[in-house]
Design a protein around this ligand. Structure first.
Ligand code: NAD
Length: 497
C-alpha cells in the first residue's frame, strides 16, 4: 500500500473503482491511503489503479456511448437525472461537506458552500438539457435547406484537482450528462471521496450503468492513459499549467478535443474612489480563501499609490483576525494546506520573495503551530510589500496564502502590470466610477473580471469560466460550457427543382 507521510489509522473511509455501475478493486490489489492534512492520520483509502483498470473503464464508457441507448436518450430523461442529482446533493450536504473538510482541510462552512453551488450546477444544466437545438437555413438559396444539429462529443476523460474537487468535477459531469456523453473520471488522490459519493448519487438519480466510471490512481499513469486512448474523444482537465501542457502534447496524436482550466496569477486592482472597507474584505477573501489554494486567487494586490498607506493600515489588522485551526471548528477561517509537497513549495516561494528583496510585512515561511494539531500543515497568511511585477513571487502561481502588494500611478499602468504575466484567468477592479470599471474590464486579458467583488457575484453558474493565455483553453459553465460537449453537424438538403 502506498501512503503519504504520517500515521495510519483503522478508522477510515474506503472506496473501490466504479466501473459499469459496479465497485471493483484495482486489478493489482494496490491501494493508496490519503493522510489528513490536519492530523497526519489516514482518512481514506482508494484503489491505486494502473493502465489495465483504466482501459477497462474506457471500454465500458465507449460501449455505453456506442450502444446509443444513452447518447440518443430523450432530453427529458437527462434533465430529470440532473434535477434529482441537485436535490440529492443538497440532501447529503452534511456528509459531503464533512469529507471535503477532512480531505481538503478547508473550513466546514465553505465546504457546505461548495456543495450548494455544485447542486446549482446540476439544476442549471438540467434546464439547458431541455433546450439543445440547432438552426435552419432556408433563405440563402431557393433550392436547398440547411439544418444544424448538435450531437454528444462521445467519451470524455475527466481529470480533476484537489482544491474544489466537487465543484470542478460537476462543471464537467453535468454538461456531459446534459449532452448525452459517457465518461471516465480520475479525481485527485488527495480528495477522492466526494467523487465517489457523487457516483452513488447519480446512480440513485437514475443514471444508467456505464455512463459515469471512476478510476483512481497516479496522474501520469491513469491520467495519461485517458489522454492517449484512441477511444476517448475529449479530455476535460482542471489542474496546473505544467500538466495542462503535457496533456495537450499527449492528446495530439489522437487529435482529441481538450478543454484545459489551468493556473492563474490574478490582479486585484483598487482605485482611489473605491469603498476601501469593502475592498479590504475583498482582498482578504480574494487571497486567503482555501488558504490561497485557488486558481483564481487574487494573489497580486494592485493599489493606487494615493491610497496604499490607508489600505495597508486596514488590511494588516484585518489579516491578523484570521484564525488558523481545525477546519471543522466553525470559528476557523483558514485550515492547513493540502499536503507536505504543497507546504514545502509555498515555504520555498516565501523564502524566494525575501531573497529577491520584497518586504515581508506579516506571516512567513515557518510552520505555524496550532495547539492539539502539531502535525497540521499550517502556513500563516503572508503579505509582501514593495513587490515589483517582475519578481518571481509576482509572476509564478504560488497556490498558497501569500499576497504580493504592488502600487500603480494610473489606469494605464494598472493595466500594464495586470496583463504582464503568462496567465489570464481572472481579475477584479474596485471603483465607484463606471467608466474606470468598464475600461479596466475591457483592458484586462482574462476570462473573468469582477467589479467590486471577488470570487463570487451570485451569477454562477450561468457565466462562462475559463482562461486567456496560459490559463487554459475552452470554457466551463454557462451555455458555452455545454457546447464543449456537443459536436455540430450540418445537413444540406437539396430540393427537387
Ligand atoms: P495537478 O496539475 O498536479 O493535477 C491535476 C490532476 O491531474 C490530478 O488529478 C493529477 O493526478 C492529474 N495529473 C497529474 N499528472 C498528470 C499527467 N501527466 N497526465 C494526466 N493527468 C495528470 O494540479 P493540482 O495540484 O491537483 O491542482 C492545483 C492546480 O490546479 C493549480 O495550478 C490551479 O491553478 C489549478 N486549478 C485551475 C482551476 C481553473 O479552473 N482554471 C481550478 C482549480 C485548480
Amino acid at each position: 500500500m502506498l501512503t503519504e507521510q504520517g500515521n495510519t489509522t483503522t478508522n477510515m473511509r474506503s472506496y473501490q473503482n466504479f466501473i459499469n455501475g459496479k465497485w471493483v478493486s484495482a486489478n493489482s490489489g494496490e491501494t493508496y491511503e490519503r493522510k489528513s492534512p490536519l492530523t497526519g492520520k489516514g482518512i481514506v483509502q482508494i484503489p491505486w489503479s494502473n493502465k489495465i483498470d483504466t482501459e477497462q473503464a474506457i471500454q465500458v464508457a465507449r460501449q455505453t456511448f456506442d450502444s446509443n441507448s444513452w447518447s440518443k436518450s430523450p432530453a427529458r430523461i437527462r434533465h430529470d437525472i440532473l434535477r434529482k442529482t441537485a436535490d440529492l446533493l443538497r440532501a447529503k450536504a452534511p456528509e459531503i461537506a464533512q469529507t471535503l473538510c477532512e480531505e481538503v482541510g478547508r473550513p466546514i462552512g465553505i465546504c457546505f458552500g461548495e456543495v450548494q453551488i455544485a447542486a446549482d450546477v446540476y439544476d442549471y444544466f438540467a434546464a439547458l438539457a431541455l433546450n439543445i437545438h440547432g438552426e435552419s437555413t432556408t433563405q440563402y438559396v431557393n433550392n436547398a435547406i440547411g439544418l444544424t444539429m448538435y450531437e454528444p462529443v462521445g467519451v470524455i476523460g475527466i481529470i480533476t484537482p484537489w482544491n474544489f474537487p466537487l465543484l470542478l468535477v460537476s462543471w464537467k459531469i453535468a454538461p456531459a450528462i446534459a449532452a448525452g456523453c459517457t465518461m471516465v473520471i480520475k479525481p485527485s488522490e488527495f480528495t477522492p471521496s466526494n467523487t465517489f459519493i457523487l457516483a452513488e448519487i447519480l446512480a440513485e438519480a437514475g443514471l444508467p450503468e456505464g455512463v459515469v466510471n471512476i478510476v483512481t490512481g497516479d496522474g501520469p499513469i491513469v491520467g495519461e492513459c485517458l489522454v492517449e486512448s484512441p477511444l476517448v474523444d475529449k479530455i476535460a482537465f482542471t489542474g496546473s499549467t505544467a500538466v495542462g501542457k503535457q496533456i495537450m502534447a499527449k492528446a495530439a496524436p489522437t487529435l482529441k478535443r481538450i478543454s484545459l482550466e489551468l493556473g492563474g496569477k490574478s490582479p486585484n486592482i483598487v482605485f482611489p474612489d473605491a469603498d476601501l472597507a469593502q475592498a479590504v474584505s475583498g482582498a482578504l477573501f480574494g487571497i486567503y480563501l482555501n488558504s490561497g489554494q485557488v486558481c483564481q486567487a487574487g494573489s497580486r494586490l494592485l493599489l493606487h499609490e494615493s491610497i496604499k498607506d490607508e489600505f495597508m493600515h486596514q488590511l494588516i489588522p484585518a489579516t491578523k483576525t484570521l484564525k488558523l485551526g481545525n477546519p471543522n471548528d466553525e470559528t476557523t477561517t483558514m485550515g492547513p494546506v493540502i499536503n507536505e509537497r504543497q507546504f514545502q513549495r509555498i515555504q520555498s516561494y516565501i523564502k524566494t520573495g525575501q531573497s529577491e528583496g520584497a518586504k515581508l510585512l506579516i506571516g512567513g515561511s515557518e510552520r505555524y503551530q496550532v495547539e492539539g494539531f502539531e502535525q497540521g500543515l499550517f502556513i500563516q497568511p503572508t503579505i509582501f510589500d514593495s513587490v515589483s511585477n517582475e519578481m518571481v513571487i509576482a509572476q509564478e502561481e504560488i497556490f498558497g496564502p501569500v499576497l504580493s502588494v504592488i502600487t500603480f500611478k494610473d489606469e494605464d499602468e494598472a493595466l500594464q502590470i495586470a496583463n504582464n504575466t503568462m496567465y489570464g484567468l481572472t481579475a477584479a477592479v474596485w471603483t465607484k466610477n463606471i467608466d474606470i470599471a468598464l475600461s479596466v474590464a475591457k483592458g484586462i486579458r482574462a476570462g473573468t473580471v469582477w467589479v467590486n467583488t471577488y470570487h463570487a457575484s451570485g451569477l454562477e453558474p450561468c457565466m462562462p469560466y475559463g482562461g486567456y493565455k496560459q490559463s487554459g483553453i475552452g470554457r466551463e459553465v454557462g451555455h458555452q460550457g455545454l457546447e464543449e460537449y456537443l459536436e455540430t453537424k450540418s445537413v444540406h438538403i437539396k430540393l427537387a427543382e
